[in-house]
Ligand binder design. Structure first.
Ligand SMILES: N[C@@H](CCC(=O)N[C@@H](CS)C(=O)NCC(=O)O)C(=O)O
Length: 222
């Protein structure tokens, strides 16, 4: 059975969402972040890089969200949550699965970290502006793609939605974009974040309800 080393308030919520979608058994070992936001030494001891998520399957220890998701879907998915390699959707599936961390999340993090170079609320010409513009293009692209189909790849929900949808709130929380201005992204968010597996995963990963602070679509009642 897969063990998820779950660092609270981290990307490992995607693995919980995936396992809840698949209904496959898994164990969670939970770690709290230090007050600095970094992973604690016990977590770092699990892997030489020590970022979240990390899983164990037998004697295999794996890091990197997209790789973990691809591994679990291919090995335990029994054909669920991914298009057939021979299908037309497969290429786009791989694109979004990888794009989510390699381009979308990375771009948000770079812009967020370059923001201290802003003067009077205006981005200085140069690197900050380059990343700001790239992130605008990414959001516009996402909105345009989602105007054409209900899920990021096609007619069915796939693991690429788990990878990509989880990024949406970062655009608002970390780099101040207004998601409500993107109608198709907003409609899509309501669709995927309304899934029973997502709601279950949120209750497991955020028992204190704190995800609501950054994810307006995951607001819990009461
Ligand atoms: N692209 C990597 C990013 C991993 C990453 O930066 N994870 C963050 C949590 S969301 C982390 O481990 N932060 C705590 C730390 O670096 O100590 C992935 O998706 O696995």
């Amino acid at each position: 059975v897969i063990t998820l080393y779950h660092l609270n308030h981290s990307r490992s919520d995607r693995i919980i969402w995936l396992m809840e979608e698949l209904g496959e058994p898994y164990e969670r070992v939970v770690f709290d972040r230090l007050s600095s936001g970094l992973a604690p030494p016990e977590y770092r001891a699990l892997h030489p890089v020590g970022t979240s998520p990390i899983i164990r399957d037998g004697d295999l220890v794996l890091m990197e969200t997209g790789a973990i998701i691809e591994y679990i879907v291919n090995r335990y998915g029994r054909g669920r949550l991914a298009p057939e390699p021979a299908s037309r959707d497969y290429g786009l599936y791989l694109q979004w699965l990888h794009f989510a961390e390699a381009s979308a999340a990375l771009g948000v993090m770079i812009e967020a970290n370059l923001r201290p170079t802003m003067i009077d609320g205006t981005l200085k010409p140069g690197r900050a502006q380059v990343w700001h513009d790239r992130n605008d293009r990414i959001l516009a692209y996402l909105d345009q793609e989602l105007s054409q189909r209900p899920y990021i790849v096609g007619e069915s929900f796939t693991a690429a939605d788990i990878m990509m949808a989880s990024n949406i709130s970062m655009f608002e929380a970390m780099i101040g974009r207004t998601i409500a201005a993107f109608k198709h992204v907003t409609d899509y968010s309501a669709r995927v974040f309304g899934r029973p597996a997502y709601i279950r995963a949120t209750e497991i990963a955020y028992p204190d309800g704190r995800r609501a602070a950054t994810n307006p679509f995951a607001r819990r009642e009461g």
